[in-house]
Design a binder for this molecule. Structure first.
Ligand code: ASP
Length: 359
């Protein structure tokens, strides 16, 4: 916070033993700035185009993003690592793992206050949740991106980067895991989602709201994420393959049968309807997947509320539960996939998987 309350000024003039530290020559000793590590991965925040006819390309390096932000060097010593330069539709679980390893390594260093991950917004929420599960440190990792490319006159990336650095060095951000910081809002990784294809106010936590805000005056949290868990990854981990299958009127199970034939597949997230129900014909294919030993997690395409085994009949939630399908609480299909990928590194047993999904 930049504002100094009058009471603080009055009190400080009486608290003479706690004067700022001075050096041997009597000069004022400045507190060293914390270090913030920027892991650059690409996205619109790193994209440019030179004419209106051209498509945007992710082609700027982290150093260029940082150099475009006046005042960043007053918040922290910035250290850049270029991890990738891809639009986030080309993010992969292997890249999540690389970012997670680098974030864990950086945060172990005493002088590092936090890690910023510059990233495309399209799949930002997936990387955010993977890092939330696998970066094991009280210090924050923060996702930052932009909806307007770096070459636009009104690019939003520089301000988002400045704000994310403010959050990275904030004491209040500790213990809250991975945070998504765009448009002056701070969101929790587990619940945040991209809600608009173009607007700068695209990130939202529809059911529960943002955790806090950040602006030139500082960082202010109003709530904390309570449903966090840690699933650390080993250096030699091989991430399982998990796909998402949607349910819709007339779903007939061909997608699942195709996957079973093509393989490999370790797990499926079935994005069901309502409280967690699917078409009878799709249910038959889910049964085949379960018989083949594939883990199946159920989410809902409603974008709000929990899934529960409530209905009977082939494809009703109770029949899916009886097959050993795991209900994913209120996670979206893409977040449930991230959690299933991480949890399958530990177990395939439905009862044990249910614990990871809070059931
Ligand atoms: N296509 C971009 C991406 O990398 C969109 C963005 O960054 O806003 O996700």
């Amino acid at each position: 916070m930049r504002r100094v309350p009058v009471l603080t000024i009055l009190l400080s003039s009486f608290l003479w033993p706690f004067e700022p530290a001075t050096g041997a020559d009597g000069s004022l000793q400045q507190e060293p700035l914390p270090t913030v590590v920027v892991l650059s991965t690409g996205g619109t925040i790193a994209s440019t185009r030179s004419s209106e006819e051209e498509g945007y390309q992710s082609n700027l390096f982290g150093e260029q993003l940082v150099a475009a932000v006046p005042g960043l060097d007053e918040i922290a010593i910035i250290e850049v690592q270029n991890v990738a330069n891809v639009g986030s539709t080309n993010m992969t679980p292997a890249l999540w793992l690389e970012v997670s390893r680098r974030a864990n390594a950086a945060l172990e260093r005493e002088e590092v206050a936090g890690v910023l991950v510059t990233h495309g917004t399209d799949t930002m929420e997936e990387t955010a949740y993977f890092l939330d599960l696998t970066v094991i440190n009280q210090k924050p990792t923060i996702m930052v991106g932009a909806m307007r490319a770096a070459s636009e006159w009104d690019a939003d990336g520089p301000r988002n980067l400045l704000n994310s650095a403010r959050v990275a060095v904030s004491e209040e951000a500790r213990g809250k895991g991975n945070l998504v910081v765009l448009n002056g809002e701070i969101h929790a990784a587990r619940e945040v989602t991209k809600t608009h294809s173009l607007a700068v106010e695209t990130f939202d936590t529809p059911e529960f709201g943002a955790l806090g805000i950040v602006d030139a005056d500082g960082v202010r949290f109003y709530r904390a994420p309570l449903r966090r868990q840690s699933i650390p990854m080993t250096d030699d981990v091989i991430l399982p393959i998990v796909d998402i299958i949607p349910n819709y009127a007339g779903s007939d199970g061909r997608l699942i049968r195709g996957l079973l034939k093509e393989g490999p597949v370790d797990g499926l997230v079935v994005d069901a309807s309502g409280a967690g129900n699917i078409a009878g014909a799709l249910f038959e294919a889910v049964k085949e997947a379960r018989e083949a030993g594939i883990a199946v997690v159920i989410t809902s395409r409603t974008h709000g509320g929990r899934v529960l085994p409530l209905y009977a009949g082939g494809g009703g939630g109770t029949t899916l539960h009886d097959l050993g399908c795991v209900f994913a609480d209120n996670l979206s299909a893409q977040k449930a996939r991230v959690l299933l990928i991480a949890a399958l590194t530990r177990t395939r047993d439905p009862e044990e998987l249910r614990v990871f999904f809070g059931w």
